[in-house]
Design a protein around this ligand. Structure first.
Ligand code: PNS
Length: 167
C-alpha cells in the first residue's frame, strides 16, 4: 500500500535527529510530507521561510519527501492532504506522555488517521531543537548534532548577535 504520511513539527531548527527520522520515514512510507507548523504564538528563532529553506535543502536526496507548512489542526491538514498516517519521533520515556496525549486526541478527532512512532538513532536520543539553540546561544557549537547548513545559520544568527552585544 502506498501510504502518504505527514511528519509535523516546528523544526526550529532542523536537527540531525529530525533528519534521521525523515530518512526512516522515507523508507517506510510511499510519500512523506514534512509539515512545518505556522504558529505565530511560538516566537521561533528562525522564520518560517528560513526553516522551510533549510528543510528543502536537506531533503534533496529523498525523491518521496517534500516540505509544506500548515496551521490549524494537524488532523484537518492530514485529511486535506489525504494522508493516512502522522509520523512522530520518540526519543526517551519523557516524550511518551505528551506524544500519547497528542496521538489519542488526534485519534479522537480523526479515527482513520494513525500516528506512527519511530525512534531516532540512539546518538540523537538526547537531542532537541531547544537545547541546540541554548548551547549555540551560549557560544557552544557541538559537532554532529545539526546539518552543516543549520550549524552555519545558527552561528550567524546567535553567535553573531552575541558578539555584537559584547562589543
Ligand atoms: O516540533 P513540535 O513543536 O513538537 O511539534 C508539535 C506539533 C506541530 C506536532 C503540534 O503542536 C501540532 O500538531 N500542532 C497543530 C495543532 C493541533 O493539531 N493541535 C492538537 C494536537 S492534539
Amino acid at each position: 500500500m502506498n501510504v502518504r504520511a505527514i511528519y509535523p513539527g516546528s523544526f526550529d531548527p532542523l536537527t540531525n535527529g529530525h533528519l534521521d527520522l525523515i530518512e526512516r520515514g522515507s523508507k517506510l512510507f510511499g510519500e512523506l510530507i514534512v509539515a512545518i507548523l505556522r504558529n505565530v504564538d511560538k516566537d521561533p528563532l528562525f522564520t518560517l521561510a528560513e526553516r522551510r529553506e533549510m528543510l528543502e535543502e536537506m531533503i534533496k536526496g529523498y525523491p518521496n519527501v517534500r516540505v509544506d507548512t500548515f496551521d490549524g489542526l494537524l488532523v484537518d491538514y492530514a485529511v486535506q492532504k489525504q494522508a493516512k498516517a502522522v509520523l512522530r519521533g520518540i526519543r526517551a520515556v519523557s516524550d511518551y506522555e505528551y506524544e500519547l496525549q497528542m496521538a489519542l486526541m488526534n485519534r479522537k478527532l480523526q479515527p482513520q488517521i494513525e500516528t506512527v512512532f519511530m525512534m531516532p538513532a540512539e546518538a540523537y536520543s538526547y537531542l532537541s531543537s531547544r537545547l541546540v539553540k541554548e548551547v549555540y546561544r551560549l557560544g557552544g557549537a557541538p559537532r554532529g548534532l545539526v546539518p552543516d547548513l543549520v550549524d552555519k545559520r545558527l552561528r550567524e544568527k546567535l553567535q553573531g548577535a552575541a558578539a555584537a552585544i559584547q562589543k
